[in-house]
Design a protein around this ligand. Sequence first.
Ligand code: B12
Ligand code: SF4
Ligand code: SF4
Length: 361
Amino acid sequence: MSSAISVEQQIKLWAQELGFLTCGFANAGKLDAEEGNLNQWLTQGFHGNMQYMENHRAMRLDPTLLVPGSKSVISLAFNYFPEISQYSEQENTAQNPASNDQNDPSPDGFQPCITNHLSENKPLIAKYAWGDDYHRVIKDKLFVLMESIKTIHPGFEGRAFVDSAPVMERQWAVKAGLGWIGKNSLLLRKGVGSFFFLAEIIGNIELSPDQPQTDHCGECTACIDACPTQAIVKPQVIDSNKCISYLTIEDKTWPANSEKGSFENKDSVDPQKPNTGQWAYGCDVCQDVCPWNRFSTPHNESMFTPREMVGWSHREWEEAVREPARIKPQLKNSPMQRAGLKKLVDQIQLALNAQPPATQS
Ligand code: B12
Ligand code: SF4
Ligand code: SF4
C-alpha cells in the first residue's frame, strides 16, 4: 500500500478494482433507531410467511452479536443493471432522460422504461435475476477484498454477507454513506439509482465512518403511485403480502395452493391474492419508474450475462411451459432456483395469460 493514502482509501480503491460501484464504512453497533420499526413491521405481519425474518432479531439489529469482536461494517454496492430491456427491443438507454442533471431528478417529463412494454405479453423477470446467482458472484469478490485487507492488517478477521444473513443491509448502507432509503424502501444513490445489490464485510478493524447522504426523494411519489398492487403502504414500508416480488419468489403457497393440489389454470389462483400481471419472477416496477434510475448504466459483470430465456418470445415461453425440460438448463446457477421449477412454471403460465398493460404514450 502506498503510504500516501489511508487504509479507508485503499479499501475503496480495491473495491473499485473488483467492480463494486461504491464502498463505505460505519462503526458496528446496535441499530437502536430501527428496533421499534422492525418490531412493528413484524407485528403487522408485513413479512408474510417469511418466517426467517422473525428469527435472530437481536443479531439483526446488532452485527456485533452476529460477528463477535467486530468494529466496522464495510458496506458495498454492486451494479446489476443490464444492457438490454425486456420491455422493448431497444437498449435500456432508450429511457430517454428528460434531464441528465444529477441534481435535478424531477420526475416531470421522465419516460420510465416500464411504459415501453411490448404489446406481446411475455413473462417478465426482474433484472437482478437474469444472470448467475449474485450470492456466489459477489461473495467471491468479498473474499478477495478480505484477503487484500489482510495484507495491510494481518490480524484482520471478518465475515462476508450478501442478502444471506440477519443484517439490515440498507440501513448499514445508509450509515456508511452509500445513499438513502427511498419511498420504495430500496437504497438509492445519487447519480446511480437503485439497480444494485448490497453486500457487507463485518470485521474487527476500526475504520473512519463515512457521512450519511441526505434523502433526495423530495415530493416524488412515483413508486407508490405505480406499484400495481399497492404494496408500498406508506413511504418506505412494504407489505410483503401484497408485493409481487414476495409472491413470485418467496411465497411457496402461491400460485398453487399445496392444500388444493396443483395449479391448473388461472381460475385456480387464490382470488384474495394480488394480481401479479406479467411478472413471472420478481418485480421491478417501483424501480423502473424511479427518476433516479435514469442514471443507471449497464454493468460489465460477465457472470450477469442474461440467460437466453430473457429474450424468449411469447411462443417460445408457451413451448417451454408445455415442456419444462427447456426451462431447467436456464436455471443452472441462477438465483431463480429459489422459487423452484414447479412454482416458476405456474407463474410463467399465469404471466402468459395476463393482459398486457395498456401502452402509455
Ligand atoms: C425481506 C426482503 C425482501 C422482502 C420484503 C421487502 C422489504 N422492503 O423489506 C420482499 C420479498 C418483498 C423483497 C423484495 C425485493 N427485494 Co429484497 N430483501 C429482503 C431482505 C432479505 C431483508 C429486508 C429487511 O430487513 N426487511 C425488514 C423490514 C423491517 O425492513 P425495511 O423494509 O427496511 O423496514 C423499515 C421500514 O418499514 C421502517 N418502518 C416500519 N414501520 C414504519 C413506520 C414508519 C412511519 C416509518 C417512517 C418507517 C417504518 O422501519 C423498518 C426498519 O428500519 C434484504 C436483504 C437484507 N438482509 O437486508 C433484501 C433486499 C432489501 N432486497 C433487495 C431487492 C433487490 C429486492 C427487489 C428489488 C427484488 C425484485 N426485483 O423483485 C424487491 C423490491 C421490493 C421492495 N420495494 O422492497 C435488495 C435491495 C438493494 C437496494 N438497492 O436497496 C436487498 C438489500 C438484497 C441485497 N443484498 O441486495 N425483499
Ligand atoms: S416490487 Fe412491485 S409489487 Fe413490490 S413494492 Fe415494488 S412495485 Fe410494488
Ligand atoms: S420513485 Fe420517487 S419517491 Fe420513489 S424512491 Fe424514487 S425518487 Fe423516491
